[in-house]
Design a protein around this ligand. Structure first.
Ligand code: NDP
Length: 288
């Protein structure tokens, strides 16, 4: 039987509508400052989308665009100003940063109470301790989509493919908090296919197009495809298209529920950024 498609765009839209209503009802003016260093085209698109999405639901947003040659000291100076600004509730520094800047030092300079990306060591530490924290946006979005497919995750076997600080590790923490039995796999994992076949929930976040094959999916599993890979589109010579880390055609005949790429996890990431910003503005640091 074909898998249920988990419509991340629709779930994200509903979440944004709910937030817009809350902002209007409580007369809040959440403020999100987005910092972009350099001219990475993908980053420019992400930053524009984040600012637009914030304004659409009644938030204020500021984009600080700095030259590619910006020094670490100059960037830290801007972060210090944003930390002090009471109108700014959330600060996001778009990654990657140019190589003269130490991203970890910049993340650590953000006030943890304004760290709406959830990357600050304080928030990462609190998440691993199970304390209220800003939860990174993509992992938070993954959990909301998993719960769309299955509300009771207790005891399910979850496999997280990828162990990055921004996706794999925090997703694994959240699945653990949801009482799943969690395995984290990575490039050194032996017999990945077998690990996948045992998983009731599979979260793929490795950045390799169509890497996870349909035959690796446990029948009925929930498959969350975080990967965003731009490939040449064979149907449209000269054009590109986005695909995930999972072979969607093969997996969707085995899985119980699956996210598409695009239209799955991607839209949830921005919605959860807004959710964190709203939490920062209302002083509410609850979990996803
Ligand atoms: P990273 O490159 O930081 O991490 C990739 C992870 O995948 C690593 O842990 C790596 O293992 C593992 N990996 C790489 N190759 C293999 C392999 N052959 N077998 C098993 N594991 C492998 O990526 P991110 O976590 O930042 O992003 C992952 C994907 O998710 C990318 O496609 C990215 O574009 C996408 N993404 C999507 C977002 C969204 O909003 N939808 C947001 C963020 C990311 P090891 O540690 O051993 O090297």
């Amino acid at each position: 039987m074909a898998a249920r498609i988990i419509d991340g765009a629709a779930v994200a839209k509903k979440l944004r509508q709910k937030m817009a209503e809350q902002i209007a009802a409580q007369r809040l003016t959440p403020g999100l400052a987005v910092v972009l260093v350099g001219e990475n085209p993908a980053s420019q698109v992400y930053v524009r989308n984040k600012g637009r999405a914030a304004e659409e639901i009644g938030m204020k947003s500021w984009t600080h665009t700095l030259a590619a040659e910006t020094t670490q000291a100059q960037l830290l100076d801007l972060i210090a100003k944003l930390n002090r600004d009471p109108a700014v509730h959330g600060i996001l520094v778009q990654l990657p940063l140019p190589k003269q800047i130490d991203a970890q030092a910049v993340i650590a300079a953000i006030d943890p109470a304004k760290d709406v990306d959830g990357f600050h060591p304080i928030n990462a530490g609190k998440l691993s301790l199970g304390l209220p924290a800003f939860v990174p946006c993509t992992p938070q979005g993954c959990m909301i989509l998993i719960r769309e497919a299955e509300s009771n995750l207790s005891g399910l076997k979850a496999l997280v493919l990828g162990r990055s600080n921004i996706v794999g590790k925090p997703v694994a923490q959240l699945l653990l908090q949801a009482d799943c039995t969690v395995t984290i796999a990575h490039s050194r994992t032996k017999d990945l296919a077998e690990e996948c076949r045992a998983a009731d929930i599979l979260v793929a976040a490795i950045g390799k197009p169509d890497f996870v094959k349909g035959g690796w999916i446990k029948p009925g599993a929930i498959v969350i495809d975080v990967g965003i890979n731009r490939i040449d589109d064979p149907a449209n010579p000269g054009k590109t298209r986005l695909i995930g880390d999972v072979d969607f055609a093969g997996a969707s005949v085995k899985a119980g529920a699956i996210t598409p790429v695009p239209g799955g996890v991607g839209p949830m990431t921005i919605a959860c950024l807004l959710k964190n910003t709203l939490q920062a503005a209302s002083g509410d640091m609850g979990h996803a």
